[in-house]
Design a protein around this ligand. Structure first.
Ligand SMILES: Nc1ncnc2c1ncn2[C@@H]1O[C@H](COP(=O)(O)OP(=O)(O)OP(=O)(O)O)[C@@H](O)[C@H]1O
Length: 118
């Protein structure tokens, strides 16, 4: 298989992973709706290029942390079914990463949209 075909195949798997995540995880639907609302508000209020960059970065970080957190949860459930204090630590810290990303995204959203709305 040529290099280009292999890369295209990998791209297809990665795209299928995003679809699988959105289809199977209820959190993903919320992120999807939030993303649509932010993009719609950005268009409506004509945010600047720099503001778009800030919004895209923080939204991307939320998506990435949520996806990695979900993967980690599934891995832990697979390799260590049953209660383990170490699994609790791992899952709690991963969830903490998502929370940090969400708080930062929320604050960036407020900084950008509050002056535009009022
Ligand atoms: N095997 C386990 N051992 C110890 N604590 C666990 C274990 N599984 C879950 N927990 C605790 O329960 C919390 C929630 O875990 P869970 O895997 O249900 O994630 P969640 O955030 O509810 O995700 P989802 O809603 O996608 O299932 C963890 O943060 C952890 O504190």
């Amino acid at each position: 298989m040529s290099y280009l075909k292999k890369r295209l195949r990998s791209f297809g798997f990665a795209f299928a992973g995003i679809i699988a995540f959105v289809r199977s995880e209820p959190h993903a639907l919320l992120h999807f709706i939030a993303t649509i609302i932010v993009v719609a508000a950005g268009c409506y209020y004509h945010v600047t290029a720099m503001q778009w960059i800030a919004l895209l970065i923080v939204m991307g970080i939320v998506w990435i942390t949520e996806m990695l957190n979900t993967v980690l949860e599934k891995v832990m459930d697979h390799v260590a079914p049953g209660y383990h204090p170490r699994v609790k630590w791992i899952k709690d810290v991963a969830a903490g990463a998502v929370l940090i990303a969400a708080i930062i995204a929320f604050v960036v959203g407020l900084i950008i949209f509050i002056p535009l709305i009022f």
